[in-house]
Design a protein around this ligand. Structure first.
Ligand SMILES: Cc1cc2nc3c(=O)[nH]c(=O)nc-3n(C[C@H](O)[C@H](O)[C@H](O)COP(=O)(O)OP(=O)(O)OC[C@H]3O[C@@H](n4cnc5c(N)ncnc54)[C@H](O)[C@@H]3O)c2cc1C
Ligand SMILES: *[C@@H]1O[C@H](CO)[C@@H](O)[C@H](O)[C@H]1NC(C)=O
Ligand SMILES: *[C@@H]1O[C@H](CO)[C@@H](O)[C@H](O)[C@H]1NC(C)=O
Ligand SMILES: *[C@@H]1O[C@H](CO)[C@@H](O)[C@H](O)[C@H]1NC(C)=O
Ligand SMILES: *[C@@H]1O[C@H](CO)[C@@H](O)[C@H](O)[C@H]1NC(C)=O
Ligand SMILES: *[C@@H]1O[C@H](CO)[C@@H](O)[C@H](O)[C@H]1NC(C)=O
Ligand SMILES: *[C@@H]1O[C@H](CO)[C@@H](O)[C@H](O)[C@H]1NC(C)=O
Ligand SMILES: *[C@@H]1O[C@H](CO)[C@@H](O)[C@H](O)[C@H]1NC(C)=O
Ligand SMILES: *[C@@H]1O[C@H](CO)[C@@H](O)[C@H](O)[C@H]1NC(C)=O
Ligand SMILES: *[C@@H]1O[C@H](CO)[C@@H](O)[C@H](O)[C@H]1NC(C)=O
Length: 622
């Protein structure tokens, strides 16, 4: 993969830092490490990798991050030095997967067909160093042509260089290099992020996917957090299917999402993360006992309840790619328990619109009691533009720690009303002996790589369900969205606030009863202006209606629209002012950036087509 840099004549170095490295946390260890690895390298190149250095003035005052073609873009020799320091794990412009579909040295029609057949499956993308599962955010520049014909395969929002990291030192080298050169830094784990926060044009990317260790700790005690029990210490590349399986083998469960390939220990946990177990234990971030983190200064530190407590607070809910790169995360392990699950669906086809919607209206009456009982339901409302038929899908109703009888008793009041309305829905209610089997058998593997849709979200609080009038208002807003052809995905759950959960998790989660998502779609053949207009109208129309009936509530940073207005309030609620302060303190040079992350208001990706995507330079907003 690595293409030699040493053929080029040695280019003059643009970066000359005279600041001596200061590294309060790790002392001289890192400097010694660099010196021993780079014995024969010029000292100004070593400076690129020193911790704690303030970037030169030319970088802190540059309007944009540093890009190819800029005088101060690092020389090939400088990139080669980074490669040495990362044990030859620096990938130079790894090819987009769909290059096999376009003219060029990699063209192979068979391979292209094979890729196209599995393109919407997440397994095809998290194994790739650059692929992000949101091509809309990537800029749509290289997809299999039968999915979207980009006419040519260009890099778009993909990074230029990728560190395939397996050691903390690889991450430290990347952070120091980016900070001291001004090159844009991104962090990619699995690439699931719907907003495309794992990519950036011509950036240096740190790929965390191969931090895969899982260690069971029988007894972890933290008096400040009030925790004394089992835990798992995980590499940040650990995904849902891996940690659930590992926990199951030890007779435990952990809090994670429903999607099987999501990077639970990466972006998910730092961003708050909701779970089929949130009604019992809260968010993913509420489970964190300790992080190992490479800071913006390049130091490897522990962030826990007694060390680097600001960082610990911010990284539990404040979002990924903002305060540091996590290397490992230790989380609470909970007891395993039996779980009851139910799946069913009905449509308006035979019963007509009014009866269908009366069935949905009846369901809204049970959102509070079902969430209170500790259950989680994941359901969709899907309109069909062509037939005018609506479909409701319960996929599934998930009742952890409930017997078949208990779960049935919770569903029965609504089922009786559906029966009275003449709605047939044929529920399958199954009891599983443990959480793992229930999860494994009940959730679909969702499709990824949507090319002409984006999703907005709202956390509807308890107040929206407390009176019959409020429930009626909420229901009619959901119906209106369906009639406007919005595909809706909903989670009826409560997100408990466990003891001592003083962290950066969106305050709006604690009041949540319905976490609601709706999608906007646009024609693939429209101009950028037309697409932008449709996306704006969605925000000003259907999304604004949802905001209007839930004043002060929030949206979830990992399942949201890049165009969510006032995202700081929406994604963090009352936590935002402190997060902004900590961002300035912990990352004063904005080494870390992701669109809609804390402090990202100071920057903007100037995309080539003017749409909200990563295909452009990252520049300061002035
Ligand atoms: C199919 C599917 C199902 C989902 N299900 C759920 C669910 O049930 N519950 C839920 O809450 N969410 C769910 N999500 C949303 C998911 O939580 C987000 O997409 C999340 O960002 C994924 O994190 P990742 O690390 O896998 O992805 P990436 O896209 O690789 O990373 C996401 C963000 O985190 C940053 N990041 C990743 N690792 C690190 C690290 N070690 N240090 C610093 N920054 C880092 C990245 O830079 C990026 O900004 C789902 C998404 C999909 C596509
Ligand atoms: C194209 O890809 C197919 C399938 O992976 C492979 O068998 C074949 O050898 C490739 N053809 C060329 C010319 O490389
Ligand atoms: C494809 O992209 C490359 C690189 O940007 C460019 O040189 C080339 O002209 C493009 N080809 C077509 C047919 O657009
Ligand atoms: C990344 O590193 C892992 C672990 O060493 C290795 O298995 C994988 O092949 C590497 N990927 C690439 C694209 O270099
Ligand atoms: C926090 O981390 C520090 C440094 O590793 C360690 O000394 C301390 O014991 C940890 N605190 C807790 C509560 O585990
Ligand atoms: C139901 O509503 C949809 C959308 O509003 C409409 O297209 C359809 O014709 C209606 N169906 C019936 C049977 O009235
Ligand atoms: C699970 O159910 C048992 C029996 O009802 C109860 O004692 C226990 O507290 C429950 N566990 C959780 C996490 O709610
Ligand atoms: C009900 O669901 C279970 C678990 O998913 C499945 O094994 C079973 O086949 C289903 N039963 C019917 C009748 O569909
Ligand atoms: C969006 O793309 C899909 C193909 O994935 C296509 O079927 C659909 O018609 C497109 N939607 C619009 C509104 O163009
Ligand atoms: C775009 O495609 C739609 C059908 O999906 C068609 O009705 C419309 O005319 C097309 N617009 C343009 C500009 O080609």
């Amino acid at each position: 993969m690595w293409r030699s840099f040493w053929v080029a004549a040695l280019l003059p170095l643009a970066i000359t830092s005279t600041t001596s490295p200061v590294s309060p946390d790790s002392g001289n260890e890192w400097i010694d490490f660099v010196d021993s690895k780079l014995k024969n390298v010029a000292s100004n190149l070593k400076d690129l990798h020193h911790s704690g250095v303030s970037p030169p003035k030319s970088i802190t005052s540059s309007r944009c991050k540093i890009y190819p073609g800029d005088a101060s873009w690092p020389s090939d020799e400088a990139w080669g030095t980074l490669n040495t320091l990362t044990d030859n794990r620096l990938l130079n412009r790894p090819d987009p997967q769909a290059s096999v579909c376009y003219d060029g040295p990699l063209f192979n029609a068979t391979k292209c067909d094979e890729l196209a057949a599995v393109w919407s499956v997440s397994y095809s993308h998290y194994i790739d160093p650059i692929e992000m599962m949101s091509p809309v955010a990537q800029g749509m520049t290289c997809l299999p042509p039968n999915i979207f014909d980009s006419h040519n395969c260009t890099r778009g929002g993909f990074p230029a260089y990728v560190i395939n990291a397996t050691e903390p030192q690889h991450v430290q080298a990347g952070v120091n290099f980016a900070r001291n050169t001004g090159v844009r830094l991104v962090v990619k784990n699995t690439g699931h992020d719907f907003l495309g926060k794992s990519g950036g044009k011509d950036a240096l990317s740190i790929w965390t996917h191969h931090f895969k260790s899982i260690e069971f700790i029988e007894k972890f005690e933290d008096k400040v957090l009030g925790y004394n029990g089992p835990a798992f210490k995980n590499g940040v590349g650990v995904q849902a299917f891996e940690i659930y399986n590992a926990a199951h083998e030890k007779g435990h469960s952990v809090v994670g999402g429903e999607g099987e390939t999501v990077g639970i220990m990466g972006g998910y946990i730092q961003g708050g993360g909701h779970s089929p177990l949130s009604s019992l234990y809260g968010t993913g971030a509420d489970q964190v006992l300790s992080y190992e983190v490479v800071t913006a200064a390049g130091d490897l530190v522990t962030a826990n309840s007694t060390s680097n407590t600001d960082l610990f607070w911010a990284m539990r809910g404040g979002g990924g790619s903002t305060f540091g790169v996590a290397i490992s995360v230790t989380v609470k392990a909970h007891p395993d328990f039996p779980t009851t699950v139910s799946r069913f669906s009905f449509t308006s086809e035979k019963i007509g619109n009014e009866t269908f919607w009366a069935g949905i209206r009846a369901y809204v009456d049970y959102f509070i009691p079902n969430a209170e009982a500790g259950t989680y339901s994941y359901f969709t409302l899907i309109p069909n533009v062509w037939t005018g038929i609506f479909t409701f899908n319960m996929s599934p109703f998930f009742a952890p720690n409930k017997t078949l009888e208990e779960a049935t008793a919770l569903l029965n009041p609504w089922f009786t009303r559906l029966d009275d309305l003449g709605i047939t829905f044929d529920p399958n209610i199954t009891h599983f002996g443990n959480f793992y089997d229930a999860w494994r058998n009940s959730f679909p593997l969702e499709l990824v790589e949507k090319i002409n849709a984006t999703t907005g979200s709202r956390m509807f609080p308890r107040a929206n369900f407390e009176t019959a009038e409020k429930r009626e208002e909420l229901y009619s807003n959901l119906r209106q969205s369906s009639e406007n052809n919005r595909v809706q995905v909903h989670f009826n759950m409560k997100v408990v606030d466990p003891a001592n959960a003083d962290n950066a998790v969106n305050s709006a989660w604690r009041d949540n009863i319905l976490f609601a998502q709706q999608a906007v779609r646009w024609p693939l053949n429209g101009t950028a202006e037309e697409t932008l207009k449709i996306r704006k109208e969605f925000q000003e129309g259907d999304m604004q209606r949802w905001r209007d009936i839930s004043p002060g509530a929030g949206s979830y940073l990992a399942e949201a629209d890049r165009m969510e207005p006032n995202f700081g309030q929406a994604f963090w609620g009352t936590k935002y002012p402190r997060l902004l302060e900590l961002k300035s303190k912990l990352d004063p040079y904005d080494v870390f950036f992701a669109t809609t992350s804390v402090g990202s208001e100071r920057w903007k990706v100037e995309s080539i087509d003017g749409l909200p995507n990563e295909n452009g330079k990252l520049c300061r907003v002035e």
